[in-house]
Design a protein around this ligand. Structure first.
Ligand code: ZN
Length: 204
């Protein structure tokens, strides 16, 4: 990534946390991974980048999902998120009902505290405006690719190794796409830096 120290990257990052780096509960994913099978299941996040490890208990209810977590040995918290339904040609599709805006959402996010769970729109009006900038969109899509390939830490920009079941040509195609996104991002950052330098020059 010649020319970019991590310092420049951090300084030029938007001030808000990015949605894709927030902790998330994806309803489809929870179901597929068996979290909604009936028992209390624990979802764990390891400590990373100054954020503590967290375990959240997930209990499937008829009307929604109950999330339980602990902030101190005897301090338990709970939030119950109801379901919303939309009609499809096959019947009904189930969604989370965002605790804040009560609109349907497939994914709920939280940053540091599961009690403040909300949908992307509630949390982050900045996401859509930011993603209009090609460099941030490319950065996000590179992140999504790494995460799709099962990277344990997709914020790390290294391209993950090939998942055992993926075909080599698919993997190579994804890698090429990833390189392209990184290139767009790097060019965008270069342009942003030059623009900043020009402004600084005028102000002198
Ligand atoms: Zn919402």
């Amino acid at each position: 990534m010649g020319g970019f120290g991590s310092g420049s990257y951090v300084r030029l990052m938007p001030r808000h946390a990015r949605v894709e780096e927030m902790r998330r509960f994806d309803l489809t994913d929870l179901r597929r991974r068996g979290y909604l099978s009936g028992d209390v299941r624990l979802m764990k996040w390891t400590a990373r980048a100054g954020r503590p490890a967290v375990a959240v208990g997930i209990v499937a209810l008829e009307s929604g999902v109950l999330f339980l977590w602990r902030t101190a040995p005897n301090a338990w918290h709970r939030i119950e998120v109801g379901y919303c339904f939309s009609q499809t040609s096959f019947g009904f599709k189930r969604w989370f009902c965002c605790p804040r805006c009560h609109q349907r959402a497939r994914v709920l996010h939280w940053q540091d505290h599961p009690g403040q769970m909300a949908c992307r729109k509630c949390y982050d009006l900045r996401y859509s405006s930011q993603s209009e900038e090609p460099r941030w969109r490319a950065d996000r899509r590179a992140y999504e690719l790494r995460s799709r390939l099962g990277s344990p830490d997709p914020a790390n920009q290294e391209f993950p190794t090939k998942p055992p079941k993926m075909r080599r040509c698919t993997y190579e195609a994804l890698r090429a796409q990833h390189d392209e996104f990184r290139q767009i991002w790097a060019q965008g950052m270069c342009d942003a830096l030059s623009a900043m330098n020009r402004r600084a020059h005028y102000l002198r």
